[in-house]
Design a protein around this ligand. Structure first.
Ligand SMILES: Nc1ncnc2c1ncn2[C@@H]1O[C@H](COP(=O)(O)OP(=O)(O)OP(=O)(O)O)[C@@H](O)[C@H]1O
Ligand SMILES: [Mg+2]
Length: 269
């Protein structure tokens, strides 16, 4: 059994890999990397009654992995580059190759993975952390579930300047309901629901369009979406609007929040 641990900026994920299969997973949160890694280790072992003698290796990755210099509890511990981990994990969970992977975590990283290897295409500081940070100052809640609940009934035309606000005609493939400027209108009547939706909308529009450009540059029409941000129903709806405009499909593999941990676990070191 191999244990893959992804010490992310916000959350730490741990998975077990047995005979090349993902068998168990846990998510946890901690303030420092050592507590995060040992906490995730303890959680997956205790919650599942795992005999630790069966763990041959631990493979750690993610922003905090560099802080763990030694073996964890005497079990051989390897470090895996995060870009490789996302690439391998994204191909494994989606069953696809020669693809763009957009990992929406605290920030966003875009990776190309396939027969020619795995490489860092680029990314953006816009991600899940942007939603939480803006919510702290703009919304009555910065709890993720609370933000989503508010956004469900939000009206984006209260906040965003839409194309229909500035012109009567469509521009190229854009129609009246498309955003001309995120937060470019912000009416006095805009309420928390509207602002919550507009924050999520801005983040996923930016990520979506960057992903489209990456996919087009690499001649593919498929983008695998991973990270905790893949699990956001409103975000998925916004990305499907981008598919409607640009013809690029967004694919959400099962267990996509664990992609980086899974990729570390199955990476051959
Ligand atoms: N239930 C949830 N609880 C906390 N955060 C959530 C939840 N659902 C979605 N998120 C979002 O997911 C983001 C964290 O995603 P993820 O765990 O993939 O990132 P990370 O791996 O910690 O960071 P990075 O990969 O950028 O280093 C948070 O910023 C938050 O906006
Ligand atoms: Mg991550």
């Amino acid at each position: 059994m191999i244990l893959g641990i992804d010490i992310g900026t916000t959350t730490t994920k741990a998975v077990t890999i047995e005979n090349g299969k993902l068998t168990r997973k846990v998510k946890t949160k901690a303030v420092d990397a050592v507590t995060a890694a040992t906490g995730a280790f303890g959680k997956i072992v205790l919650e599942n009654g795992i005999d630790i003698n069966l763990i041959e290796k631990i493979k750690i990755t993610g922003a905090g992995a560099g802080k763990i210099k030694n073996d964890i509890f005497g079990i051989p511990t390897d470090r895996v580059n995060e870009i490789d981990a996302i690439g391998i994990g994204g191909m494994f969970l989606s069953g696809e190759r020669n693809i763009i992977i957009t990992n929406i975590g605290t920030g966003t990283v875009i990776i190309e993975a396939g027969d020619k290897g795995i490489s860092h295409f680029g990314g953006s500081g816009v991600g899940g952390g942007t939603i939480l940070g803006l919510a702290k100052k703009l919304l009555p809640t910065a709890e993720f579930s609370g933000i989503l609940e508010l956004a469900k009934t939000g009206n984006m035309s209260q906040v965003d300047l839409l194309l229909s606000d500035i012109t009567d005609t469509s521009i190229s493939f854009l129609s009246g309901e498309n955003t001309a400027a995120n937060f470019g209108k912000m009416l006095d009547t805009a309420g928390p629901q509207d602002i919550a939706f507009a924050v999520i909308n801005m983040v996923y529009q930016v990520i979506g369009v960057l992903s489209v450009f990456a996919a087009r540059a690499r001649n593919t029409d498929r983008v695998i979406v991973t990270g905790n941000g893949s699990n956001n129903p409103i975000g998925q709806k916004i990305l499907s609007g981008i598919t409607g405009m640009y013809g690029i499909k967004f694919i959400y593999p099962e267990h996509a929040e664990y992609t980086t941990a899974v990729g570390a676990g199955i990476f051959k070191t």
